[in-house]
Design a protein around this ligand. Structure first.
Ligand SMILES: C[S@@+](CC[C@H](N)C(=O)[O-])C[C@H]1O[C@@H](n2cnc3c(N)ncnc32)[C@H](O)[C@@H]1O
Length: 283
């Protein structure tokens, strides 16, 4: 629609050369959809024209990268997943920790966008541990490639329409909102310091940066759908290595575990896409 395959490739190569952003790791259909958004916005008719436009207007790169790494998120996105985390997965993890006399819990939200996911995890961990939390060394790491999202996450201040998803029947009304947020005069909601102290944010590119180690649970939801199958496979292998034995992997509702890594994880909850690293398959 916007040009032939050669024009598309030339644009992809140019982006990689200028910004070190390797588009080849994303699905072609996804890239074309995102490019179309920027072309339409700038009233441009072809990839070739857009390439020239980028050369003359390097600021457009920021909008393009934003469009490629869309960061839609929500507090307690897919609440059923958090219910299973609360009722089954965390109690089991804490029990296993106690059994080996460890009080260290490390959870990684990979592709955390503006922080709603890691803060939601932190709320559930706080609920499950209750007063006993003081005896634990809890660390929830939120990482993302996008600077602007990370700045919002670090700030931890959200408008009313964003915190709305912490409320509802499933979360016993405003329990989370009242307990973990403070409302400011201008109707913004600030994450409480106690909750904030459990979460750290870092810039991290899942495709190129070194992965953290000794993680008990990885949340990587609604991130890998944008990647090609080969890179999904590589990510799952990296996640496998980052996890402790018996550690958990939680992926998005529309995402599937690559066939080649499936045998190295047991299924904890098929509906919620929660998996556990099996023992004895270290690679
Ligand atoms: C749709 S959001 C998902 C946020 C959250 N996990 C959720 O499910 O609500 C996808 C996030 O992945 C991030 N992302 C995309 N490519 C990435 C990469 N290569 N490395 C790290 N983060 C990436 C984007 O910046 C964006 O914030």
């Amino acid at each position: 629609m916007y040009g032939n395959e050669l024009d598309f490739r030339a644009l992809v190569n140019q982006i990689s050369r200028d910004r070190g952003f390797d588009c080849s790791q994303y699905r072609e259909t996804y890239l074309k959809r995102r490019f179309a958004v920027r072309l339409r916005r700038n009233h441009i008719q072809s990839y070739r024209e857009y390439l020239q436009f980028l050369k003359k207007n390097p600021d457009e790169y920021n909008s393009l990268i934003d469009a490629l790494t869309i960061n839609v998120t929500q507090f307690f996105r897919s609440p059923e997943t958090y219910n299973v985390l609360k009722s089954t997965v965390l109690p089991k993890l804490i029990g296993d920790k106690k059994a080996v006399n460890s009080r260290r819990i490390r959870i990684w939200s990979a592709g955390c966008a503006s922080g709603e996911e890691p803060y939601s995890i932190a709320m559930v961990v706080s609920e499950v541990l209750g007063k006993d939390i003081v005896n634990y060394n809890v660390s929830i790491i939120g990482t993302d490639i996008d600077d602007r999202s990370l700045r919002l996450a670090e700030k931890g201040v959200y408008p009313e329409n964003v915190v709305k998803s912490t409320t509802g029947k499933w979360s016993t009304g405003k329990w989370y909102l009242n307990k973990y947020f403070t409302r400011s005069e201008d109707n913004m909601y600030m994450v409480n310091d106690r909750l904030k102290s459990l979460v750290q944010f870092k810039k991290h590119n899942l495709l190129t940066d070194r992965y953290p180690k000794n993680i008990d649970m990885i949340f990587c939801r609604n991130v890998i759908i944008y990647l090609s199958r080969d890179f999904q496979k590589e990510l799952f292998n990296n996640f496998y290595r980052a996890l402790n034995m018996g550690g958990y992997l939680v992926i998005g509702k529309v995402e599937t575990l690559s066939r080649s890594v499936r045998e190295r994880f047991s299924i904890i909850d098929n509906r919620e896409h929660i998996y556990q690293k099996k023992n004895g398959h270290a690679k």
